[in-house]
Design a protein around this ligand. Structure first.
Ligand SMILES: [Ca+2]
Ligand SMILES: [Ca+2]
Ligand SMILES: [Ca+2]
Length: 452
């Protein structure tokens, strides 16, 4: 698929008015294509069997006949898609960083445990920052995070202090990562992912059923989207665009973050402040109407409405799980708030500082939810119809990814206990404002080496 794109690009260059620069560029493109082709040929020549598979590729890597970096450099959809299955956990040089992360996130050498030869291993917290630009910060948050979720495509995180009431965490953001530069497509996704039941089965909020699945597939087919004919990547791209086009997004005033679940059902809020928030957005509707238009996935689907970020991620998860694409939800929070803006003066790169300025300037308390879908044999962030979003962009730069969950009802308990209490009942003295997060320090670092 990529090969074809490259050839199309080359043809358009060749018919254009010839100039030295264009010829040079065309030559480079041609060289790249032949390098990719040579790698594909090399990989197939090394195979002892006819069929290429995860196992045959991994065997070649283990026998050191080929490297994972070379497998990706082939840019061949099938080879790369199968490589995704093991490269995110396989560590060729045993330095504690996966090959995938070294190639696409840290830009260190995936085949050398100590890339710069200074005696310190690549996985060292500071050493891993030497081959790419990073933004570093320390933030104080409530204990709503999951430590494993702090390491994401564009971020690393570690807890530096934990008390019963709050934690201080240290984050490294890698804005120049190329994690999702190419999304490799799995045509056999339905069978391959069917075992990932945790991320497919209906939950309290993502409450799809067989009838809904049938109706959804019929409706998609009428719009020219046939899930049986598309790869996982194509399906997600087309369905996200379809969702955004066909649903009315509702303003929630943030009451949904504090939703209450009893015996597996979303119940009417009893708290005055939450009712007040809810009524500001929906002055006359019944609770059932409100719940069905912005909280529950199946009901949103039939009502053709969608909530804000939380309702949207629930909706996306409901739709994709019904179709057989494993989906999970992700929670983010800003690193600080407007009165802390002077703390980002230490970020030297002006373009990134401006991005952080936008995040921190947003008044009041803020948070964000999005989804991750399993496509091309890996978890990929989806922000509305932006498939493969890296979040180091002009809106989410400075947001911390801190938790991943299967259904918001699991997380709502924590939100009610910790956030709500601090914001509305009794302020926790460890925080200097009613906002439940606080920036402590921020600075950036340029790469000191480059892999050439
Ligand atoms: Ca490694
Ligand atoms: Ca390494
Ligand atoms: Ca080193």
């Amino acid at each position: 698929m990529r090969g074809k794109l490259f050839i199309a690009g080359l043809l358009s260059l060749m018919v254009a008015v010839p100039s030295f620069a264009k010829e040079t560029k065309a030559l480079q493109v041609q060289e790249e294509i032949s390098k990719e082709k040579q790698l594909v040929n090399k990989i197939y020549a090394l195979l002892e069997v006819d069929r290429i598979s995860e196992e045959t590729l991994l065997k070649l890597v283990k026998e050191k006949k080929i490297t994972i970096a070379e497998l990706y450099a082939s840019k061949d959809n099938q080879i790369c898609m199968l490589t995704n299955k093991f490269a995110t956990t396989y560590d060729s040089d045993k330095d504690g960083l996966s090959d995938y992360d070294e190639i696409f996130k840290y830009k260190t050498n995936p085949n050398k445990a100590d890339s710069d030869g200074d005696g310190i291993i690549d996985s060292d917290w500071n050493e891993r920052k030497e081959y790419t630009y990073t933004v570093n910060y320390k933030t104080k948050i409530f204990n709503l995070y999951d430590e494993d979720s702090l390491a994401m495509a564009f971020q690393d995180g570690r807890v530096i202090k934990k008390t019963d009431e709050y934690s201080e965490i240290e984050l490294i953001v890698y804005p120049e990562n190329t994690y999702y530069e190419y999304l490799y497509e799995n045509p056999n996704w339905k069978a391959d992912y069917s075992g990932m039941k945790t991320y497919l089965e209906p939950t309290v909020l993502c409450n799809w059923d067989n009838q809904m699945r049938e109706d959804l597939i019929n409706e998609l087919k009428q719009s020219g989207i046939d899930p049986d004919q598309l790869t996982d990547v194509e399906l997600v791209k087309q369905v996200t665009a379809w969702i955004e086009k066909n649903n009315k997004r509702l303003f929630t005033n943030g009451w949904d973050i504090f939703l209450q679940v009893e015996n597996g059902k979303v119940v009417e809020p009893k708290d005055k402040k939450i009712i007040e928030k809810m009524r500001k957005a929906f002055p006359t509707e019944s609770f059932q109407q409100i719940r069905d238009s912005m909280i529950l996935g199946k009901e949103m689907y039939y009502n053709k409405t969608i909530g804000e970020c939380l309702g949207s991620s629930t909706y996306y998860a409901t739709i994709f799980r019904a179709l057989g694409i494993p989906t999970r939800m992700v929670a983010m929070t800003p690193m600080g708030y407007p009165r802390q803006i002077q703390l980002i003066d230490k970020v030297q790169q002006s373009s990134y500082r401006e991005l952080l300025n936008k995040t921190l300037s947003m008044p009041g308390w803020s948070n964000h939810y999005h989804t991750q879908v399993y496509i091309g044999n890996m978890w990929v962030d989806v922000e509305y119809s932006n498939v493969g979003n890296n979040f180091a962009n002009d809106y989410f730069a400075g947001y911390i990814t801190f938790n991943t969950f299967n259904d918001y009802s699991q997380f709502a308990v924590l939100a009610n206990n910790l956030w709500y209490k601090h914001m509305f009942i009794e302020r926790n003295k460890n925080f200097s404002s009613w906002i439940p997060y606080e920036l402590l320090e921020a600075y950036d670092l340029e790469a000191v080496h480059s892999l050439s």
